[in-house]
Design a protein around this ligand. Structure first.
Ligand SMILES: CC(C)(COP(=O)(O)OP(=O)(O)OC[C@H]1O[C@@H](n2cnc3c(N)ncnc32)[C@H](O)[C@@H]1OP(=O)(O)O)[C@@H](O)C(=O)NCCC(=O)NCCS
Length: 141
């Protein structure tokens, strides 16, 4: 299989969103809307990637940073393309680009029930931060 990785563009949104929707383990919300993804890609240019098999979108990863740490969101690979190294390649490319920008730690969120996702990240060497919990609050204008 000849998989090509390229930068995610907003024109990919419909196919990427369809992939996210069919991917178990991802919790989609308002932050995954087209408007929010436009904002995210503009703020984090050339850090998010799609994987293409003969031009057909089979994987995607959103990646950004806040100047201190990188973040990877919504990594997904089409079911019939899994276990062929595509997820690992997408993550590797995101991290390579973060390192080039001087970012030396990357975080991500995995739904606590997503055992397959957690196993994948652990296989890639990521460590669960048991000493921390995640907290958040919606911001209203
Ligand atoms: C998680 C996901 C992106 C992995 O993509 P993938 O292309 O199948 O992963 P890769 O083929 O690159 O796997 C890389 C390594 O992880 C291993 N791996 C992949 N899925 C695994 C799993 N469920 N459990 C354990 N190991 C796994 C592979 O065997 C491979 O190991 P190797 O390097 O020793 O050969 C894919 O299963 C997916 O889209 N899941 C649904 C969405 C999701 O849960 N995303 C992650 C949460 S943010």
């Amino acid at each position: 299989m000849n998989i090509e990785l390229r930068t995610m563009e907003i024109d990919d949104y419909d196919l990427v969103y369809a992939l996210w929707k069919e991917s178990e383990g991802l919790m989609l919300n308002a932050d995954d809307s087209r408007e929010c993804v436009i904002h995210f890609l503009e703020r984090n240019p050339a850090l998010s990637f799609v994987a293409l098999d003969q031009g057909k979108l089979v994987g995607a990863a959103l990646c950004g940073h806040d100047g201190r740490h990188g973040y990877i969101h919504n990594l997904a690979v089409k079911k019939n393309h899994r276990k062929q190294g595509i997820g690992k390649s997408l993550v590797g490319r995101c991290m390579f680009e973060l390192i080039k920008l001087g970012i030396h730690r990357c975080h991500l969120y995995v739904e606590s029930g997503n055992q397959d996702g957690i196993s994948f990240w652990k296989k890639l060497g990521w460590e669960q931060r048991v000493e921390m919990i995640s907290m958040s609050q919606p911001l209203r204008s």
